[in-house]
Design a protein around this ligand. Structure first.
Ligand SMILES: Nc1nc2[nH]cc(C(=O)O)c2c(=O)[nH]1
Ligand code: SF4
Ligand SMILES: [Mg+2]
Length: 219
């Protein structure tokens, strides 16, 4: 069983797979408690779906890209079984799995694109330093997608990267959408913050990618 909050079709609005027509499975549990979470409705919602139910919806959609997000999908005990099942369908080209990285788990890697997106100090939760190192070690197709809003957020990200031996590139920097500032203003501010650090943009291949679905106004 997987607790599912919602299943919907949209374009991938974030990260390196931006723009891919995708079917989203949003799980319905998260215990992290980020201050500016944009999906608070997914912390404890929806109902338990059987793997068969989810498979049927994915197959009937005829969409090749599956995105599993949350909530926090890694809190779903039966997630390995879901990944195995979905990756066995020839229709499914890739499964993008979003996690904030607060708990490490070894999952089946077939067709898996793992996006680890740790939450910065602005979110008021712990930055998962040691867990991130485990993710980096175990997963081969891994995308690091850092959300950031403030200078302090940027510093924490730079510190982490400094201390890490090898990081997968490009590294995604995603301006964090908070209700107290217009998203377009946040993006402009975060872009100039990053541009003001030439050492950083020379050292790593980075991509500054805002949440495109928020600008379009779709799910
Ligand atoms: N369009 C769209 N793309 C997304 N990529 C990651 C999402 C998420 O909520 O994790 C998301 C989302 O909620 N909508
Ligand atoms: S980890 Fe994701 S779903 Fe959970 S509270 Fe933080 S932003 Fe929200
Ligand atoms: Mg979202």
């Amino acid at each position: 069983m997987i607790r599912v909050c919602e299943i919907f079709e949209s374009i991938q609005g974030e990260g390196l797979t931006l723009g891919a027509p995708s079917i989203f499975i949003r799980t319905g549990k998260c215990s992290v408690g980020c201050k500016f979470c944009d999906t608070k409705y997914s912390w404890d919602s929806g109902r338990d779906y059987t793997l068969n139910e989810i498979s049927k919806i994915v197959q009937e959609s005829r969409i090749p890209e599956v995105v599993i997000t949350g909530g926090e999908p890694l809190e779903e005990e039966d997630l390995p079984e879901l990944l195995k099942e979905l990756s066995s369908f020839s229709q499914v080209r890739r499964i993008t799995l979003e996690t904030c990285g607060h708990m490490f788990r070894e999952l089946p890697k077939e067709k898996l694109h793992l996006v680890v997106s740790p939450k910065p100090p602005t979110m008021g939760v712990k930055f998962p330093l040691s867990e991130l190192q485990m993710f980096l070690k175990f997963y081969t197709d891994l995308e690091l997608k850092f959300t950031l809003f403030s200078e302090e957020d940027f510093s924490v990200i730079k510190d982490f990267l400094n201390k890490s031996k090898k990081v997968p590139e490009p590294i995604v920097l995603q301006p964090l959408n908070v209700p107290t500032e217009n998203y377009s203003e946040t993006c402009k501010r975060v872009i100039s913050l990053i541009f003001s650090n030439r050492d950083f943009i020379n050292r790593y291949r980075i991509r500054i990618i805002p949440q495109v679905h928020k600008f379009i106004g779709v799910k």
